[in-house]
Design a protein around this ligand. Structure first.
Ligand SMILES: [Fe+2]
Length: 96
């Protein structure tokens, strides 16, 4: 699991944040259960200086992502990976 800081910045991308900060590996119990407590991350803007930014300007749309947690799930023995995200209900950017 990895997520942005409350300011919307990620380790490996923002200066002053140690590498692998808020990037964790968890293991489920024998029944596949897992419980994690974390803080709600911040919103952030995708880069607006490339083709994505040009497209957003063309459709007159902001560049902010809804608050989310990133997850990479994998069964230990030869399992396929699933990369997904969890979003938070009532986030102001969730519907757009
Ligand atoms: Fe993200």
């Amino acid at each position: 699991m990895w997520r942005a800081h409350a300011t919307g910045e990620y380790s490996h991308f923002a200066e002053g944040i140690p590498n692998f900060n808020i990037r964790c590996v968890f293991y489920t119990d024998e029944n596949g259960n897992l419980e994690v407590q974390t803080r709600v991350p911040g919103n952030y803007s995708i880069p607006t200086d490339g083709s994505s930014g040009q497209f957003l300007k063309w459709i007159d749309h902001h560049a902010y992502r809804p608050v989310h947690l990133h997850l990479l799930l994998k069964k230990l023995e030869n399992g396929d990976k699933l990369v997904t995200q969890i979003y938070f209900k009532d986030d102001s950017y969730l519907d757009n």
